[in-house]
Design a protein around this ligand. Structure first.
Ligand SMILES: [Zn+2]
Length: 284
């Protein structure tokens, strides 16, 4: 028996008619269902979110990525005193906040890199600060501000959310490529794929800014709970902004999209935390 594919060629029979639209429909529905079924309530932020990894998977992914991440910034700083200062402030934040009650395996590492001003968190708990940023900080509270913000990214499960969103975007992009595929003009599908990818990027960028604001708010909360003056977080923003004028602007801003209203949002979070004003005697 001679099938359709033998008569018209495989590509045309699969992609030409109703079959194409069934594949598109299947991909769109499949991606959306996968995304929506990944919803859960975050116990720290109380918000509903879509995540694609379990907590155990986040921890495994973070631990596996940590050595490579550290190596990119010269590896751990050899100064044991500075290293333990970072660890002590990190542990202090965990000891008196909800972040410490989570299953995440936090590690606080000072990295050797003296040029790159940055701090970052991997899913599941590894947190890093470069010597370049560490050296710019003037108080313990400011160090707590940086670490508290990074702890916020971990407990906010921002990487896991990002991955879920990427998967959704990839699924929809795949559907768009097939929908745009015209067997008579095979190259026209490339353009719509590029457009779909760009839309995905824009979606992710906006998302990053929301993550920053959420991490700032969580940072303020953790600082206050651990006995630090949360206004140290505003000092950190000024220090980063001042460094932007220098020869090596902070890489922090490229990995942490910087919302314009950031300081105003931090001030609002501080006011929410202390409606009657920040009390005296907190650690600066
Ligand atoms: Zn951040």
């Amino acid at each position: 028996m001679v099938g359709r594919s033998a008569r018209y060629g495989r590509g045309r029979s699969l992609m030409g008619g109703k079959a194409k639209w069934l594949i598109v429909l299947f991909l769109v529905i499949g991606s959306i269902v996968t995304y929506c079924s990944s919803s859960s309530i975050n116990p720290i932020t109380g918000e509903k979110q879509y995540v694609s990894l379990t907590v155990d998977q986040e921890i495994a992914l973070g631990l596996q990525s940590a050595p490579e991440m550290a190596a990119q910034f010269g590896g751990p700083d050899p100064d044991p005193q500075d290293q333990s200062a970072v660890d002590q402030v990190g542990q202090k934040l965990l000891a008196s906040t909800e972040a410490g009650d989570t299953p995440y395996e936090f590690q606080f590492t000072l990295l050797k890199d003296e040029e790159t001003i940055n701090a970052f968190a991997l899913p599941g708990g590894p947190i890093f600060i470069t010597s370049a940023l560490f050296d710019k900080l003037q108080t313990e509270g400011q160090l707590a501000g940086v670490l508290g913000h990074e702890i916020g990214h971990v407990v906010g499960r921002h990487s896991s959310e990002h991955i879920a969103k990427q998967k959704l975007t990839q699924g929809l992009t795949g559907a768009a490529v097939i929908a745009a595929y015209d067997p008579e003009h095979p190259s026209s599908s490339q353009q719509s794929a590029a457009v779909a990818a760009m839309i995905g990027q824009v979606v992710n960028m906006k998302y990053g800014r929301d993550d920053e604001l959420e991490s700032d708010r969580l940072g303020v909360r953790f600082l206050a709970e651990a006995g630090y003056d949360p206004r140290a977080m505003i000092d950190v923003m000024h220090i980063l902004a001042d460094s932007s004028q220098g020869p090596r602007p902070p890489e922090f801003f490229s990995t942490h999209p910087n919302p314009d209203n950031r300081i105003a949002e931090i001030e609002a979070a501080i006011e929410a935390e202390f409606p009657n004003g920040v009390p005296e005697g907190l650690i600066k």
